[in-house]
Design a protein around this ligand. Sequence first.
Ligand code: SF4
Length: 341
Amino acid sequence: MIKRKAVALLSGGLDSMLAVRVVLDQGIPVTGIRFITHFGCDPVTSGSCGHDVEPLVKMWGHLGFTVRMSHLGQDYIEMVKNPVFGRGRNMNPCVDCRIMMLDWARQTLEQEEAGFLITGEVLNQRPMSQTHERFRQIDRKLGLEGRVLRPLSARLLEETLPEKEGVVDRSRLLTICGRGRTPQYELAKKYGITEIPQPSGGCLLTDPGYSARLRDLWGHDPDAGARDINLLRVGRHFRPTDRCKVIVGRNEQENGALEAFRGPADALVYLKDFEGPMILVHGEYGPGEIRLAASLAVRYGDVPGKAASEVVVDRKGGEPSVLTAECAREEEYIPLRVAAP
Ligand code: SF4
């Protein structure tokens, strides 16, 4: 007999929350797994998967809901580099991603003394990864046939083991299908979910601008590690040479992040007398790259009339120096911008 407990893939989006609740409502305890990756599914960022699940644990803990976190780290980076099932419109390898997450969740079934997995997937919500055939293919590949319950669309899909064995009452599962959100919003209301995460197209890998930066990074440095990848989510990126990037903070938070991400060989460049961006000069650089960064500080800073201004250049281990920079000219910096085509 299949065990009466489920492990849920928890994206932080509304659909996975609802899937959990539908199962909890049948008196079945659920442990949600919150995956963290370097590409935005991180509770401390505003990535698509960044919704905090703590309030849910507070709300539904008495029903048997717990959460554990799992960082997919380097394995996930390697998968994004070489996905077996290809990518969506941008760098998102959704099928491989689902396989990796489900596989990881499968391995926790035993530790959690759970019998089956649940996901918030909705049939035909995404053309690449959420079709009937894809569900079958993914479950088969992981040897999980009959053990992945998709409560929101379950009655449109084959019966799973927990349904067949009477652990889950199929008649109380749902028939949601497609991209519309109305049924989910109605359910959210029923369950008292007031803070509804905004629906989004997915994680950062689905974002054209982010994908352009990632392609550029791996195009220049195929072995780039987590620090370089983490930098991609911060600021405007310019590539003056194959070995150097100039990154311009767009707000106070990004300015702080650039300072925090600064490596031992990087330089920080900022306006001496006016408010403006923190600029990270990252990689191998010379006077030309520093001059570009200084001119961008004037361009993006609060300099009256964009007049030539003093700029601080701070290299680690040395005294900061000051130089006077003109405002960057469009024809110079626009072609260097790493952005979506
Ligand atoms: S959008 Fe695709 S790649 Fe990103 S987390 Fe979701 S399934 Fe994975």
